[in-house]
Design a protein around this ligand. Structure first.
Ligand code: URA
Length: 196
């Protein structure tokens, strides 16, 4: 598709403008702000969530609500912060109304933006947050419990799957598993660094 090819050739400025002006799906009618992502564009770590929620839509930044606080703590435990060596993005750049699940058509229209972000950043590891983002990025229907614990690939970049922080806020018993996932991601990152 011409649109996909055009996005695949964009630099950051063009990408930023294209996302801000995007009307490819109906979410552009209901959004307040697009949410491109936040962080270091030369980061070695990339985190990918699902879609902006209410706070993110209002502020134009990913993970600024309660789930974001937990995410910041998780990053802190790894010695990372959202503006230092990490870039955080979502599969969707616009909020689905009422935080409903994204539609396949919305994902299909938005995916070239994420793919381009990943290509521009070229992180050493991608940590995917939650079932929806994991299944979208990996084009899989496997449940998240089965996607965890192994290293996947996206365009040649290692991908580690973990639970979504909003889920972890409700299911404290899975926090230890999320920590195992982050330790796996750190191993993958450090290994990639040693090979570079
Ligand atoms: N949940 C997500 O997946 N992404 C956000 O940016 C906020 C909440």
């Amino acid at each position: 598709m011409a649109r996909d090819a055009a996005i695949a050739a964009m630099d950051w400025a063009a990408l930023e403008a294209a996302v801000a002006e995007c009307t490819a799906c109906g979410l552009s009618d209901t959004r307040t702000n697009t949410v491109l992502g936040v962080g270091d564009r030369r980061a070695e770590w990339m985190l990918v969530g699902e879609a902006p929620g209410e706070n993110e839509d209002l502020q134009g930044e990913p993970f600024v609500g309660q789930a974001g606080k937990l995410l910041d703590n998780m990053l802190g435990a790894l010695g990372l912060a959202r503006d230092r060596n990490v870039f955080i993005a979502n599969v969707l750049k616009c909020r689905p109304p009422g935080n409903r699940n994204p539609e396949p058509e919305e994902v299909a229209h938005c995916e070239p933006f994420l793919r381009r972000q990943i290509a521009l950043i070229r992180p050493k590891v991608i940590v995917v947050l939650g079932r929806f983002a994991a299944q979208s990025l990996l084009r899989s229907t496997t449940p998240i419990g089965k996607l965890r614990g192994t290293v996947h690939q996206y365009e040649g970049i290692p991908v580690v799957v973990t639970y979504h922080p909003a889920y972890l806020l409700r299911t404290l018993t899975d926090k230890a598993r999320a920590w195992e996932d982050l330790c796996l991601a750190r191993e993958v990152h450090d290994r990639a660094g040693a090979e570079a």
